[in-house]
Design a protein around this ligand. Structure first.
Ligand code: NAP
Length: 224
C-alpha cells in the first residue's frame, strides 16, 4: 500500500509512519521544511519526502503526488490556547490554516490519486472537534471545521469509492500535549495520557478495514 502522511516528524504522525514503514508500506511524507525533509528521509529509508508548509496551504498545490494513493493521513496540527479576549488574529489564522484549510487543499490535490486506488482519507481530529471548552476556541473551531470537511467529503466521494474517516483522540502523550500543559500551567505526566502508538492502532485499523465497510468516526479516550 502507498500512503501520503502529514505530521510524520512527531507524535501521532510519527507513530503511524513508523508502523507503516516497519511493515513495508510505501510512504510519501510531507515535511514543513527542507531541514525536516532530510530528517524524515533518514528516519524512513526509501520514502518519498515532499516539502510544504501547511501554514501556507497554497504551497501544497504544486506538489507532485503519485498517480495512486491508498490513503492520505492528515496528522499535522498546531495548538494555541487562550481566551477569546486574548487570542490574536495570528493565533486564529495559524490554527485555521494548518488544521483546516491545509487538509482541505491537500485532499483536493490528492483526490485523483485517491480515486484511482479507491483510497481512504483519515483526518486526525480531536475531542476538541466535538466539544469546545474555555480557552480552546480557535483550536476547537479549526477541529469542528475539520469534522465538517470530513463529513462533506465522505458524502461527495462515496460515489468514487473513496472512504473518509475521522479519528477523535483525547489527550495523547506528544510534544503538542506537553505544550498544552505548559499553557495550562499544569505539570505534565505522559503516563496519564494515551500513547501515540495506541492512536496509531486506531488509524491502522481504519486503513486496513476490508473494502465492504467504512468507519466514519472513531473516538479514542484516555482510560482512567
Ligand atoms: N496530542 C494530543 O493530545 C492530541 C489530542 C487530540 C488530537 N491531536 C491532533 O493529533 C494531530 C497530531 O498531533 P501531535 O500531538 O502528534 O502533535 P505534535 O507532536 O506537535 O506533531 C505535530 C506535527 O505537525 C507538523 N506540523 C505542524 N505545523 C506544520 C506546518 N506548518 N507544516 C507542516 N507540518 C506541520 C509538525 O511538524 P514539525 O515536526 O516540523 O514541527 C509535527 O510533525 C494533530 O492534528 C493534533 O491536533 C493531538
Amino acid at each position: 500500500m502507498i500512503h501520503l502522511l502529514t505530521g510524520a516528524g512527531s507524535g501521532i504522525g510519527a507513530a503511524v509512519a513508523r508502523r507503516l514503514h516497519e511493515r513495508g508500506d510505501e510512504l510519501v511524507l510531507l515535511a514543513r521544511s527542507p531541514e525536516r525533509a532530510v530528517e524524515l528521509r533518514t528516519a524512513y529509508d526509501g520514502s518519498t519526502v515532499l516539502v510544504a508548509d501547511l501554514a501556507r496551504p497554497e504551497s501544497v498545490e504544486s506538489l507532485a503526488l503519485p498517480d495512486g494513493l491508498d490513503s492520505v493521513v492528515h496528522a499535522a496540527g498546531v495548538v494555541e490556547l487562550g481566551t477569546v479576549a486574548e487570542l490574536s488574529v495570528e493565533d486564529w489564522s495559524s490554527q485555521l490554516w494548518v488544521n483546516l484549510v491545509a487538509p482541505a487543499a491537500l485532499t483536493r490535490v490528492a483526490l485523483p490519486a485517491l480515486r484511482a486506488h479507491r483510497g481512504t482519507v483519515v483526518f486526525v481530529n480531536s475531542s476538541a472537534g466535538l466539544t469546545a471548552h474555555r480557552s480552546w476556541s480557535a483550536y476547537a473551531a479549526s477541529k469542528h471545521g475539520l469534522r465538517a470537511l470530513a463529513d462533506s467529503l465522505r458524502a461527495e466521494e462515496a460515489q468514487h469509492g473513496v472512504r473518509v474517516s475521522t479519528v477523535f483522540p483525547g489527550r495523547t502523550a506528544t510534544p503538542m500535549q506537553e505544550k498544552v500543559h505548559r499553557q495550562e500551567a499544569r505539570t505534565y505526566d505522559a503516563a496519564r495520557w494515551i500513547r501515540p502508538d495506541t492512536v496509531a492502532d486506531a488509524i491502522l485499523h481504519v486503513l486496513d478495514l476490508p473494502a465492504d465497510a467504512t468507519i466514519p468516526d472513531v473516538t479514542v479516550r484516555p482510560n482512567r
